[in-house]
Design a protein around this ligand. Sequence first.
Ligand code: ACO
Length: 324
Amino acid sequence: MSYAKISQVAHYVPEQIITNDNLSQIMDTNDEWIKTRTGIERRHISRNQTTSDLAAEVAKKLLVKSGLAAEELDFILIATITPDSNMPSTAARVQAAIGATNAFAMDIVAACSGFIFALATAEKFIRSGPYKKGLVIGSETLSKIVDWSDRSTAVLFGDGAGGVLLEEAEQQHFLAESIHSDGSCASSLVSGVVGLSSPFSELGENQPFLTMEGRSIFDFAVRRVSKSIKETVEKAGFSVNEIDTYLLHQANVRLLDKMAKKMGVDREKLPANMMEYGNTSAASVPILLSECVDKNLLTLGSSQKVVLCGFGGGLTWGTLIVTI
Ligand code: ACO
């Protein structure tokens, strides 16, 4: 039986920075409201790079950092709700961009939980035997699905990508997982609805842009996601304060405060970076992981115990307890 481990991390964000003040020039909002309600101060918005372009930058960084050739990769999984196209997948575009000719490539759609769902999937591929190395990347250009006339959502999101190289290992690094969906709450977060349009159908409704019931998602995260994280930590055989770091989806800083309190975890164990990037959906957890490694808050190969947790549209939520 082989195990999987995260052996390298990287992130990439578009250069262009849009501050809260920039937004207040195009909509009825202000820096004070955005900062106090969400913690967000700025976000990176793509001028001309697509979701696959951002992901390919992360993939190239992972290859350089690990010294691997692209041909050595067995798979590329991309978590995204903002693909360049449904067909080909964003992952197939990245495979071509980096020349990973021996890798299979596919996208995984689970909104802000996408990276966690993709990593849990990739870990099973490696444990199954034939696959030894692969990339798992969360990449988003949410700016293309945000409704820029809706101040209640437009201020929240940003573009970016982050990912990991997952490799075969001799020891167990994935200690526990729990991944969940509740489609009965689907209407609280919606985007990309394409209705029927054939001459033989009743015309359906199109809803390309993102809509969100912010308050109900907030309550869902505090109640159900906090409970699920705690249960997963206990399933791994730890108490909540034995975990070194909690890398949670970066939607709102007040949400992190409430979740830490609900779980009984020291707030300092939950790093935050939504001030810089806003909510980048599937990219938020891997960007945070990569930044924590860059800032020496986490060290690859140190056996630190880390919680990775995403939650959002679907509804979906997922937690992985890993040692890095
Ligand atoms: N600027 C100024 N005022 C605003 C803005 C804005 N950008 N947006 C809303 N307001 C106003 C509203 O109109 C409302 O005014 P009113 O009281 O006169 O009606 C007031 O501010 C309060 O609005 P609420 O929506 O009640 O604000 P709330 O405190 O709930 O914060 C927020 C909203 C930030 C969205 C919060 O609910 C939240 O963060 N929810 C969680 C979102 C989340 O976790 N998403 C994760 C998944 S995302 C994914 O999967 C893609």
